[in-house]
Design a protein around this ligand. Structure first.
Ligand code: ATP
Ligand code: MG
Length: 167
């Protein structure tokens, strides 16, 4: 069974990058993706998390676009799955970590999917490639017949919300 992983942190991605290791998080929202309305819900959650961490308009747009693209991929290519949005605080800096998980068909050629232009008649094939460029850290793991997990982290430049604590 093919198991493929790609990380923009480490081309040879074993062990997983540090930002994927389990750690305490003060905020975690999980949105089940089963229909188009769930993408709208995920976008709303993205804006709420971004606001809670004083994200700029540009950062909020990046985070919301990443979430939209990953949720759309779940819906179109895997039919159902979930998006998890978490805060990610290290050394006094806040970030938002987005994880998209599904148990769909998996991606046969990850490298090709990430180059962009993995298009067919209906789609441009630019979503994953765009997510990788918008994210500060990116990791994808896909198993044929078992599913796909994508994790993207975006660091924020603004001051931490006073209720946020380093974990
Ligand atoms: N969650 C997923 N499960 C299975 N296959 C996926 C998943 N996400 C992406 N893919 C595969 O990777 C390819 C590239 O994804 P990408 O998001 O870049 O393009 P797209 O969804 O085809 O088009 P676009 O996002 O530009 O509308 C897809 O065409 C699809 O074959
Ligand atoms: Mg897509």
């Amino acid at each position: 069974m093919k198991n493929d992983r790609i990380s923009s942190l480490s081309p040879v991605s074993l062990p997983p990058p540090a930002f994927l290791l389990p750690r305490a998080s003060s905020l975690s929202v999980v949105i089940q993706i089963r229909e188009t309305a769930d993408i709208v819900h995920a976008r709303q959650s993205s804006r709420q998390v971004s606001a809670a961490y004083n994200a700029s308009e540009v950062e909020t747009t990046f985070i919301t676009t990443i979430i939209s693209e990953l949720a759309r991929n779940i819906l179109i290519h895997a039919h159902s799955g979930e998006i998890q949005i978490e805060d990610s605080i290290e050394d006094g800096h806040a970030g938002v970590r987005i994880t998209a998980r599904d148990k769909g068909p998996g991606i046969a050629d990850l490298r090709r999917a990430l180059i962009g232009g993995y298009f067919n008649c209906d789609r441009m094939g630019l979503g994953l490639c765009g997510v990788q460029r918008m994210a500060d850290e990116f990791h994808i793991e896909s198993n044929i017949g078992k599913g796909t997990a994508v994790t993207a982290r975006k660091w924020l430049t603004g001051p931490l919300d006073k209720g946020s604590q380093e974990s």
